[in-house]
Design a protein around this ligand. Structure first.
Ligand code: CUK
Ligand code: CUA
Ligand code: CA
Length: 644
């Protein structure tokens, strides 16, 4: 079953797989095939201290999907490190709506509603000159058209932008080669405010459809602050997006699977080909400069531009395309239909030539359509292609949901000089367990991929892991792509459902990562102040092993309580937390961190607060009481300062 050219590495992993066993040492077949020590992936036993910290080469940031945040793990250890809470509430990571700062981020500026769930899809690491710089991680919420920005010093969310003028369905989302501009799509067509409907002026019917949708740009300031720069509205919706670099710098491209403008599955499948769109960014800026835009009453600062006032071109793409990804030179873009075996590679040079020479085969809604055959080539390589990543050696990796594998394909000029294969041919077929969604090569969506590893993010796992109820975990499979065939190194279960992931070298993160927060210059004086006018008790409280100070406070029933908590520890890993019995209040607070918690003392009685983490030998003792006095029994002598 093995090709003779197979390397030792491949042989070991292949043999291990053949007998369904990953632990080489205990597997007779693999022992016969090769000595375990020959595998660079064999792990030492017993495990030396700090082994993973020393051996991990990349951080992987994977979207949590319905979990609402981001999973962080190390590679190649595939050890889960953190879950960054974003659109969800998670007291473990100090992220609840009792904290007014978090609550504000999660409050819709449009409706005032606090949303505590989301659907994260596309993590986007910030870039400088086309490569990751380790400053921030952005991610979109598909459900409610939001973008969050995490600070990679603290691994916490600092900002959430609620996309103006749309209710939901933000899907494709990415960064330009420099993170000054983010671009994205609205996937689910909208029935927007009347002023936008009138301005866009294409047929739209609230009951029957079709609807309209937009692409958008978001400016990112030096300090990371986001601001919507523009929205271009038009007749279609868009799925996935990439912003060009290198040869395609200044353009962004996206797929559209519902060019039929239908409102149901069958209707969205009527055309044998849909489109890939090429958008010129400069033309959007020009339209704004020339005043070709309106603004809505709800968002007076966001220019709304008509698709017909910008330079956008369509190229046909086989039946209902999804993923669309650009190679490291910026020259090629690959996409394909979800329900065909064809994958199409677009050559940016041919696209530019077609545009310059006006080689169009027609138009739709005024958008010129290029001849697909003229700008591209097709490969017939597998069914259910969804996403593509690239390495630094001239290969791309195409994930096939239905075939349940990844095809490693050799790219065309100039890469053929590097890899030496016939361009656009499959050089390796990598099995997936099962049904590939996205896949990830570290830096695989940048101008300079780091390569080395491939993570296949499998949607279905069936019987791979122990049963745990009908909703089954996912499987992130790690392959070594430095050899052909690629050996499987590890499999990692992860709760559903990761969409995209990005991998970044550890030193870009570790050199910035915060270990403790900086305490404010002035130290906190613990105590309680009573604001009788507004009926608020302001509690200032410190936490240090193994005390809360104060460890008791009183408050009249019905008052609001504002607890300012300060963890005055300066030691690594000395987080405390504040968990209040009888109330929906529980929050972690890290070393040096200062945090407000707000809630209403609705019921009279004695309520204990206790430390959230097993921080010290007297962790259980690290607790205190909130005593809520019925309002008619309250008097000033019951104030904390009188009792202490
Ligand atoms: S999408 Cu989910 S697997 Cu949102 Cu990038 Cu394709
Ligand atoms: Cu502090 Cu347990
Ligand atoms: Ca279609």
């Amino acid at each position: 079953m093995f090709k003779t050219s197979m390397t030792i590495k491949g042989l070991v992993a292949g043999a291990a797989l053949a007998c369904g066993c990953i632990a080489f040492q205990s597997c007779d077949q693999s022992a016969e095939a090769s000595a375990p020590a020959a595998s660079p992936w064999a792990r030492p036993f017993p495990m030396p201290h700090g082994y993973w910290k020393k051996t991990d080469e990349f951080y992987c940031f994977a979207s949590g999907g319905q979990q609402g945040g981001i999973y962080v793990y190390g590679m190649p250890s595939m050890k889960l490190l953190s879950e960054i809470p974003i659109f969800n509430v998670d007291p473990r990571w100090g992220w609840t709506t009792s904290n007014p700062e978090v609550r504000e981020l999660m409050t819709s500026p449009r409706t005032g509603e606090v949303l505590i769930s989301g659907d994260t899809h596309h993590p986007v690491l910030s870039r400088t000159d086309g490569t990751y710089d380790g400053r921030w991680l952005f991610v979109n919420d598909k459900r409610n058209a939001r973008i969050a920005r995490m600070n990679l010093e603290t691994f916490r969310t600092e900002e959430i932008l609620w996309m103006e003028n749309v209710e939901g369905g933000m899907h494709g989302f990415t960064s330009g080669p420099n993170t000054k501009l983010l671009v994205g799509n609205i996937e689910l067509e909208a029935y927007p405010a009347k002023e936008i409907r009138d301005y866009v002026d294409v047929d739209i019917d609230m009951l029957k459809g079709p609807y309209i949708s937009c692409v958008f740009g978001v400016n990112v300031a030096e300090d990371g602050t986001m601001k919507t720069a523009w929205q271009v509205w038009g007749p279609w919706q868009y799925d996935l997006v990439r912003a060009g670099w290198g040869e395609s710098d200044g353009w962004f491209i996206n797929t559209a699977y519902n060019t039929e403008r239908s409102v149901n599955t069958v209707g969205m499948f009527k055309r044998p080909e849909d489109y890939v769109f090429y958008w010129n960014i400069e033309s959007i800026n020009r339209a704004i400069e020339e005043g070709k835009y309106i603004t809505s009453e709800a968002a007076p600062e966001v220019p709304i531009i008509k698709w017909s006032d910008v330079d956008v071109y369509a190229a046909p793409c086989p039946l209902n395309p999804h993923g669309l990804d650009i190679d490291p030179t910026g020259r090629y873009a690959l996409s394909s239909g979800k329900a065909t075996t064809l994958i199409r590679h677009y050559d940016f040079r041919n696209v530019m030539k077609a545009i310059e020479e006006k080689n169009f085969i027609g138009e739709e809604f005024g958008i010129p359509i290029m001849d697909g055959a003229a700008v591209s080539g097709d490969m017939d390589t597998g069914l259910g292609p969804t996403h593509i990543e690239y390495d630094n050696e001239g290969y791309c990796y195409i994930g096939y949901f239905v075939d349940s594998d990844v095809k490693k394909v050799a790219l065309g000029d100039p890469w053929d000089k590097k890899h030496g294969h016939e361009p656009w041919t499959v050089v390796d077929t990598i099995p997936a367990h099962y049904s590939v969604g996205h896949l990830m090569v570290p830096g695989g969506d940048t101008a300079e991929p780091y390569g080395k590893y491939l993570v296949i993010m499998n949607k279905l796992t069936k019987d791979t892991f122990l049963p745990h109820g009908p909703l089954i975990c996912e499987n992130h499979e790690l392959y070594d792509i430095e050899t052909i065939p690629a050996p499987l190194i590890d499999q990692m279960s992860l709760p559903p459902e990761s969409h995209y992931a990005q991998g970044i070298p550890v030193d870009l993160i570790t050199k910035r990562a915060k270990k403790v927060y900086d305490l404010p210059e002035e130290s906190m004086t613990p105590g309680v102040e009573y604001d009788y006018d507004n009926k608020v008790a302001h509690v200032k409280m410190t936490a240090v092993r193994s005390f809360f100070t104060p460890d008791m406070f009183t408050v009249p029933e019905g008052w609001d309580v504002d607890v300012e908590l300060q963890n005055i520890e300066m030691s690594l890993d000395m987080s405390h937390g504040w968990s209040l019995t009888g109330y929906d209040v529980m929050e972690s607070i890290d070393p040096g961190e200062n945090k407000h918690l707000e809630f209403t003392a609705e019921r009279s009685g004695v309520f204990w607060y206790y430390c959230l983490w097993f921080c010290s030998e007297l962790h259980m003792e690290m607790r205190g009481r909130m005593i809520v006095i019925p309002e008619d029994e309250w008097s000033k002598d019951l104030e904390w300062s009188a009792l202490k």
